[in-house]
Design a protein around this ligand. Structure first.
Ligand code: TYD
Length: 156
């Protein structure tokens, strides 16, 4: 099943192009030996991939993420199993389900994200545009929301 993205009903309607996130179908090579999906910088994602990390051994009721980034861009892939990502740029919200290893969710700067509803054994792969830098994080939602609304990214 393809990833789903739904705009919140209580916010203005914008085109998908105006949102700082989007799902990306990755090039896939399937043959009788199995399947292979590819992510290339400058092709499938526009940012240079500087860091890769992955989430695993996840309790199904866990919540990961729960933060926003000032500058970081990421591509998140459910390389095994499935999970959902709640997105909020201060103006729009969405919930995206990732359930296929050849589908990625691009998330740009200034987006709060909660990763939730992990299936048993799910593995989340994250490709990031920068090395780990705690100063790039908003860990507090009210501070994130105030900054996002001040910057006005969602009004573009
Ligand atoms: P955390 O930010 O809570 O993970 P997530 O937001 O994906 O749920 O990170 C958990 C711990 O791992 C925290 O101590 C910071 C550390 N960490 C790194 O050292 N490098 C990294 O690239 C990441 C993403 C986290």
């Amino acid at each position: 099943m393809a990833a789903q993205c739904t705009d919140a009903v209580d916010k203005p309607t914008f085109t998908t192009a105006s949102l700082p996130w989007r799902t990306i179908r990755l090039p896939e090579h399937a043959d009788p030996r199995g399947s292979l999906a590819v992510v290339e910088s400058g092709k499938d994602v526009l940012f240079d991939i500087k860091r890769v990390y992955y989430l695993y051994d996840l309790p199904i009721s866990t919540v990961r993420g729960a933060h926003g980034h000032r500058m970081l861009e990421q591509l998140i892939i459910a390389v095994h199993g499935q999970f959902e990502i709640e997105l909020d740029d201060g103006f729009h919200t969405a919930r995206v389900r990732l359930d296929h290893p050849a589908t990625g969710l691009y998330i740009g700067p200034m987006v709060w994200r909660n990763l939730v509803n992990f299936s048993a054994g799910a593995v989340g792969l994250v490709l990031a545009s920068a090395h780990y830098d705690e100063s790039d994080y908003y860990r507090d939602y009210p501070s994130f929301l105030a900054a996002a609304r001040r910057l006005g990214n969602g009004t573009k």
